[in-house]
Design a protein around this ligand. Structure first.
Ligand code: PHE
Length: 496
């Protein structure tokens, strides 16, 4: 039996009178402790070892309320009224004089109290039936208040009628329920030999200094209860979204990609025309895209405007027939908030057409969406390309599979899809809790995209949703939770 020091001390104290039932107060003075936590803790320990028993009793304790305290010093209201009444000669025992002598908030209830004591009002005058009864009733009440003036008492020790009388009056007494505990030794407890209960020095902190010496060899160690409830430290931590972005970043870096960035403000030309999105495409309207009024236009290199015009109008020499119609260069100059990060990868190719690359970027994009459980007008995309002579569809799919499995989603599937700028186009789904969830789009850029950029190599491209992934990793079912400043919830989100 491995008793701790507190348990030893409490058991020794109880063994001084093994058959007694100990109250909290008695144990405090017998052990010398000043905090009842020690008694409760050591008592629970002794109980676990089968050495002591704790019993709990619900008691109600009665003490004086605010009114009661002032009654204890100034006298009960009925006592003061009665005292005053007795001193008046019978003619001035009237309601009128009483009202001039006492405040209204005392006179009103006071008369009520007197009536119950048998003092009635007849034609404005107080008439007393039996002075003796009034005297003794008031005396009894005064004595009760006096008794409680010394401190709270158990209800069981008090006159039940008085308790019920004062309970019905406002603020005079307070009745509180509390639990009173008492401790007794079991048979096993009372047969312990007190001389074996010396307190021993126990090591609670295992420090490097301690382990360097030899002292710990013979010492006793304090047992730890690893299941004991402990406060959760809540220090600072990165926002879960920031942590997720860092994880994704390191996954792509690990896979040999470099990171690129781009501006939020772009021209419609780079954001859309470069991607062979027809100028009449529904997604290009104000309802879907945030166009800017300052600046209203962004300058675009005329070399590109000319190329896109040819490709859009008749396909140039890409083998495509284009979209037909007339290409509007002013439309291409319109300033907007980028609607996808594909604009970054496309511009990267235009800037480095002859250099093979594997690049990625995680950035914010903007679309006119109404906010709901799964939509926000600002969100992040995880964009990437493989731009090299051998780039092909299997390479694209295996790259995405590798990425998602490193993120903890080993089951990935792709489905045919449509984007104006890729052929073939595929949608990427991951398996989560038995369901396929769509996380992004990808494909091989069409010649209508790559040719004006000046490259001859194929390009694997993808744009994946970050918030969707975050919702899965953090187990959220409302996208807005990611950005609400609810510290409690943020604190409880898993550390990534
Ligand atoms: N830009 C597309 C989107 O925003 C995703 C995508 C990127 C599709 C690259 C194909 C290739 O949904």
């Amino acid at each position: 039996m491995d008793l701790g020091n507190n348990e030893r001390r409490m058991l020794r104290a109880m063994l001084s009178e093994p058959n007694r039932t100990w109250s909290l107060g008695q144990l405090l003075s017998a052990t010398g402790w000043d905090d009842q936590v020690h008694v409760a803790g050591a008592g629970a320990g002794l109980e676990e070892f089968g050495l002591a028993e704790v019993s709990e009793e619900r008691v109600s304790s009665v003490s004086l309320g605010e009114e009661g305290k002032s009654a204890a010093t100034e006298g009960l209201l009925e006592d003061r009224l009665w005292g005053w009444l007795r001193e008046q000669d019978p003619d001035s025992r009237t309601m009128a004089t009483l009202s001039s002598e006492f405040e209204r908030n005392e006179a009103g209830p006071g008369v009520g109290l007197l009536k119950v004591l048998g003092i009635s009002l007849e034609n404005g005058r107080f008439v007393v039936d039996d002075e003796g009864t009034v005297d003794s009733a008031i005396e009894q009440r005064t004595a009760f208040v006096g008794l409680l003036a010394d401190g709270p008492m158990d209800e069981s020790e008090l006159d039940a009628e008085m308790v019920s009388h004062f309970s019905s009056r406002k603020g005079l007494i307070v009745v509180e329920q509390r639990v009173s505990r008492s401790w007794t030794l079991t048979e096993a407890g009372s047969s312990v030999d007190s001389s074996t209960l010396d307190e021993v020095e126990m090591i609670g902190d295992v420090t490097p200094e301690l382990l360097q010496g030899d002292e710990w060899r013979g010492a006793r160690f304090k047992p730890f209860d690893v299941n004991a409830p402990a406060p959760t430290p809540s220090g600072g931590r990165p926002h879960p979204m920031q942590a997720l972005i860092e994880t994704i970043r390191s996954v792509f870096l690990e896979m040999g990609f470099s990171e690129i960035e781009g501006d939020f403000v772009q021209s419609a030309g780079w954001n859309m025309d470069a991607l062979f999105i027809p100028q009449s495409h529904p997604a290009r309207t104000m309802q879907d895209t945030f166009y800017l009024s300052e600046p209203e236009q962004v300058e675009v290199d005329s070399e590109y405007l000319d190329l896109w015009a040819k490709v859009h109008e008749h396909g140039h020499d890409t083998g495509s027939r284009g979209w037909g119609g007339e290409f509007d260069r002013d439309e291409a100059r319109k300033a907007l908030l980028r609607t996808h990060t594909t604009v970054n990868t496309v511009r990267h190719i235009a800037d480095n057409p002859h250099q093979p690359c594997r690049v990625f970027g995680i950035g914010r994009v903007f679309r006119q969406e109404s906010i709901d459980r799964t939509h926000l007008p600002e969100f992040y995309q995880i964009e990437g390309i493989i731009h090299e002579a051998e780039a092909n569809l299997p390479m694209l799919i295996s790259t995405l599979k590798t990425f998602y499995s490193k993120m903890g989603f080993p089951d990935v599937r792709v489905r045919p899809a449509y984007f104006p700028y890729t052929e073939p186009s595929v949608e990427v789904d991951v398996m989560w809790k038995g369901e396929w969830l769509e996380l992004g789009g990808s494909g091989i850029f069409r010649p209508e995209v790559t040719e004006p950029l000046g490259t001859e190599w194929p390009v694997c491209a993808w744009g994946l949703g970050l918030e969707r992934l975050a919702m899965l990793t953090l187990e959220l079912d409302d996208i807005r939770e990611l950005y609400l400043p609810d510290l409690e919830k943020l604190r409880r989100m898993p550390i990534l």
